[in-house]
Design a protein around this ligand. Structure first.
Ligand SMILES: [Zn+2]
Length: 407
């Protein structure tokens, strides 16, 4: 949506603008991605995650493709056109006569060399011996390869994204997993994740995004954001004494065993079918976490079933944990997702004036026609689960007891 403006005439100015201006342009896109994913305000999220999750290409990559496409247009122009005459003169200056140090042609020569296309600089006629589509494919391949290697180099020094790197499929998209025809053959980093298309389970999708990003507000994350030791992040829903992190929730926490057993039974069955009988439980815990959060599981059908099951599980976990989340929000002034029936969003805190106004409106409204509040709905829905209700007061007490962070 914002890309065309930031690409306007970039054939001419890309590579010529100051680096800080280029970084600002890239930030437009990453801020957009952060908003779409609902991760505003989350700390320590890498741009790699946000781009890869939505299949967004770096603007610098797009600019280079356009510039190199324009290079071919110049070479293919009729020799008597001013464009071709000026370009030939500039190229001659650069090669033989000196000068043209600040010209577009010099930057393009550097770009062609760095992307492995130098032969097209030394012999420009080669560019016109292949058709437009073939040149485009060649340029796209070389430029995307460069940025893929750059991403790998950058991520190799970031331990925080190690799990995500193993979760996301960076290979080229196969026809059986592609949602649209245009995605077939594209690099994984440039394809939006399929699970984000789910509009039925919005809260589940939101929780899954946060799990994949490593920013789900479980106790370990809350403690980390408060610069506290990891031992302060013990699980408030069980007495295991383990730190509550994504792995604990997905694989270990006894408080969620009932829902977990259903999820794991379905996931293990489809995983075995897709992998010649291999047991999901026999793979390591890290592999299990990655598969549950969206790593390749053998077939598209298996991945879709696991996706549905995991989202359902996460919603139930978060519903059971809602009083803990609320206690954390109250205590620390956060606005983490608590739980809601209809949307996956944290309820915004009302100002005192608006809250008073809303209370007055509700008081005037007849009880028989009034829609129950979200809190009421949550309580009503929760009352069907005796185990959840029974543990919730203890959980709140435990959460408050353990949240004595001294803040
Ligand atoms: Zn636990």
């Amino acid at each position: 949506m914002v890309r065309p403006i930031l690409e306007y005439a970039s054939e001419l100015w890309c590579g010529e603008i100051p680096l800080d201006l280029a970084a600002k342009a890239e930030a437009v896109q990453t801020n957009f991605a952060r908003t779409v994913l609902g991760l505003q305000g989350q700390r320590a999220l890498t741009h790699t995650f946000m781009r890869a999750e939505l299949g967004l290409e770096k603007l610098a990559s797009r600019w280079e493709k356009l510039r190199l496409g324009y290079w071919r247009r110049i070479q293919a122009a009729k020799p008597d056109r001013a464009l071709a005459i000026v370009a030939a003169a500039r190229r001659r200056q650069l090669r033989w006569e000196g000068g043209a140090e600040l010209s577009w042609m010099k930057q393009t020569r550097t770009l062609l060399r760095e992307r492995g296309l130098e032969e097209y600089w030394t012999t420009p006629n080669l560019t016109t011996t292949i058709d437009k589509d073939e040149w485009r494919d060649k340029v796209y391949e070389q430029v995307e390869e460069y940025y893929e290697q750059e991403r790998e180099r950058r991520c190799a020094t970031m331990p925080s994204v190690a799990r995500y790197l193993g979760m996301k499929c960076w290979d080229r998209m196969s026809s059986d997993r592609a949602v649209m025809k245009g995605e077939v053959g594209m690099r994984g980093a440039l394809v939006v994740e399929r699970y984000l298309d789910d509009v039925q389970e919005r809260l589940g999708s939101r929780l899954k995004v946060m799990c994949r990003a490593g920013c789900l507000p479980v106790m370990s994350r809350v403690a980390w954001e408060l610069d506290l030791s990891r031992r302060h992040g013990k699980c408030p829903l069980c007495d295991s004494g383990e730190v509550e992190d994504v792995e604990h929730i997905l694989l270990h926490c006894p408080a969620h065993q009932h829902h977990r057993s259903k999820m794991m039974a379905s996931a293990a069955a489809v995983y075995a079918t897709a992998n010649n009988g291999a047991e999901l439980g026999d793979s390591g815990e890290e592999t299990q976490v990655r598969v549950l959060l969206g790593a390749r599981a053998g077939s598209k059908a298996a991945e879709d079933v696991i996706d549905v099951q995991v989202k359902r599980f996460l919603v139930k976990v978060w519903k059971k944990r809602r009083r803990v989340s609320q206690a954390i929000n109250d205590r620390l002034g956060r606005q983490d997702v608590v739980w809601a029936k209809d949307w996956g969003w944290s309820k915004p805190q009302l100002s005192d004036k608006r809250a008073t106004h809303r209370r007055k409106c509700r008081a005037k409204r007849p009880l028989s026609t009034g829609r129950p509040s979200m809190v009421g709905e949550a309580r009503a829905a929760g009352s069907g689960h005796n185990s959840a209700v029974a543990t919730a007061p203890d959980a709140v007490a435990g959460a408050r007891r353990r949240l004595c962070f001294g803040v």
